[in-house]
Design a protein around this ligand. Structure first.
Ligand code: NAD
Length: 497
């Protein structure tokens, strides 16, 4: 059986524990990944400490050249990366390419590191005094990533961290760890020094070792909210800088004047694409007014019934299986919970099997109407191909629903009314807002981050925010007294006047 090992400098000891990697389309175990421990992390940290100072001292233009080369290698390997990703995750090849592409865009941003790292300078802040600020790397950064974007999210993190002069230790999801390793191999091939980017596999044991490690000053985490909160609180208690992004339940508000054909088309992708396993998926639709709800429901049903579920390398499939058998059972249980709570199961995806792939982890597309805010199935994240309709009586209620939800990752409003859209965008208590855009993931030169239980910490991912996270600001106040030769050039501590 294929073995996925750590990607660190030096030999890694034979693992005492391993984790099975499924092929979600066939339901077969296709590989095993080694699970590491604190001793393995120590080895990776020692390697990183050896290489990081020289990398930090390498001029930013040379570091950018490595990023440029890495970008070229990813482009050249796009197809094979997408196939590997799709075989372990289950998302269809086009979605897998999108996963790589969105990470690549952060690498493109990181190619501009000489420009964004330039810092600030004030000449003449006092008599003969200049002040400047520079951003210096933190040392060794760690990233702990989820299964659902095994290419994009690691690149969000190490792309910015390494370009800024840090070494990086990545702990990817144990469910689909092969692409992160492949990315690290390509980064080395691009000219990154050996040990700059290492991949350690593991579960809670490895995560705890990272949280406790005295030589790792910063952790970036993306995953579910309880674990995000755990890592944030333990990490910050250990005086680390931590950003920890969690789960989501994004709402799509549909105003009475919205173009419903466009909305249905957008929802087909945003609610069901990637089997709903996206933190920026749109699993809740909020039609405003009964008439809007009825018209929307009528159009949604045939569109959902027309979705094609298939194996991950089926070019015609709209979406593939979910990631594990446990996750399939969990999603189906949520549908049952919604039914028990009084939701109306309009299209039922439970018990779905794909002919010829009866053991695959498929869940059929599901539509649940008459969902209300008191229901557990509304309050929690389902993370599957399930769309819930929550009917709002007016605009105010539509603003309130996502604003009061425990998660605050993304939200969208569909309308032709600019005033309603503007009002909504400014008032809603959610981090990322789309106006007639169903999945409002900001481009790489802005930044990504949800609010409330979708994001713990103060600094977003990528863009200038990513740069802030992976660097610390040094402020230098300098004065060069005239060494005039009359003995009066003794250094005086400047006082600013
Ligand atoms: P997860 O929380 O199960 O795992 C994330 C990481 O934490 C993995 O590397 C895993 O090994 C580790 N981990 C798991 N259990 C742990 C424990 N008990 N202690 C310490 N570490 C542990 O998440 P997942 O199922 O891989 O990913 C899906 C979740 O991620 C969803 O909730 C989704 O919304 C969220 N997500 C959020 C964003 C965002 O930007 N907000 C992006 C993608 C995914």
């Amino acid at each position: 059986m294929r073995q996925v090992d750590h990607f660190i400098v030096g030999d890694s000891p034979a693992p005492s524990r391993k984790h099975q990697i499924w092929n979600p389309s066939t339901g077969e175990v296709q590989a095993e990944v080694a699970l590491g421990d604190a001793a393995l992390l120590d080895q990776a940290v020692a390697n990183a400490k050896r290489v990081q100072p020289e990398w930090a001292a390498t001029n930013p233009q040379k570091r950018a050249r490595v990023m440029f080369k890495f970008k070229e290698l990813i482009e050249a390997n796009m197809q094979s990366l997408a196939e590997l990703l799709s075989s372990e995750h289950g998302k269809v090849i086009d979605d897998a390419k999108g996963d790589v592409q969105r990470g690549l865009e952060v690498i493109e941003y990181a190619c501009g590191i000489p420009q964004v790292l330039k810092g600030e300078y004030t000449q003449g802040a006092g008599p003969g005094i200049d002040v400047y600020s520079t951003r210096q790397p933190l040392g060794i950064g760690a990233g702990i990533t989820p299964f659902n974007f095994p290419a994009m999210i690691p690149m969000w993190m190490f792309g910015m961290a390494c370009a800024a002069g840090n070494a990086f230790i990545l702990k990817p999801s144990e469910r689909d760890p092969s692409v992160p390793v492949r990315l690290a191999e390509l980064f080395l091939e691009a000219g990154a020094p050996e040990g700059l980017l290492q991949v350690v596999h593991g579960d809670k044991e490895m995560v705890d070792a990272i949280i406790e490690h005295p030589d790792i000053p910063a952790i970036s985490f993306v995953g579910s909210s309880d674990i995000a909160q755990y890592i944030y609180s333990r990490g910050t208690a250990n005086a680390k800088r931590v950003q920890a992004f969690g789960g989501a339940k994004n709402h799509g508000i549909v105003m009475p004047d919205a173009d419903l054909d466009q909305v249905v088309n957008d929802l087909s992708g945003a609610a069901f694409g990637s089997a709903g396993e996206r933190c920026m998926a749109l699993p809740v639709v909020v039609p405003v007014g009964e008439d809007t709800a009825e018209r929307l429901r009528e159009k949604l049903i045939p569109a959902i019934n027309a979705l094609r579920v298939g194996v991950s390398n089926d070019p015609d499939a709209h979406y593939g299986p979910v990631v594990t058998p446990e996750h399939k059972a969990r999603v189906e249980q949520w549908i049952t919970t919604a039914e028990d709570e009084g939701g109306e199961i309009v299209v039922d995806g439970r018990g779905f099997t794909l002919q010829g792939h009866e053991n695959g982890f498929f869940v059929g597309p599901t539509l649940i109407d008459r969902v209300t805010p008191d229901m557990k199935s509304y309050q929690e994240e389902i993370f599957g191909p399930v769309l819930q309709i929550v009917r709002a009586k007016d605009f105010e209620e539509a603003v309130r629903l996502p604003s009061e939800h425990q998660y605050g990752n993304g939200v969208a409003i569909f309308t032709r009314n600019g005033h309603a859209a503007r009002e909504f965008a400014s008032r809603v208590n959610v981090g990322m807002v789309g106006v007639n855009v169903p999945i409002p993931v900001p481009v790489s030169y802005h930044s990504f981050g949800g609010w409330k239980r979708s994001g713990f910490g103060d600094i977003d991912q990528y863009g200038t925010e990513g740069l802030k996270f992976w660097t610390k600001v040094k402020k230098i106040t300098q004065r060069w007294p005239d060494g005039g030769g009359d003995g009066s050039n003794a250094f005086v501590i400047p006082t600013m006047g």
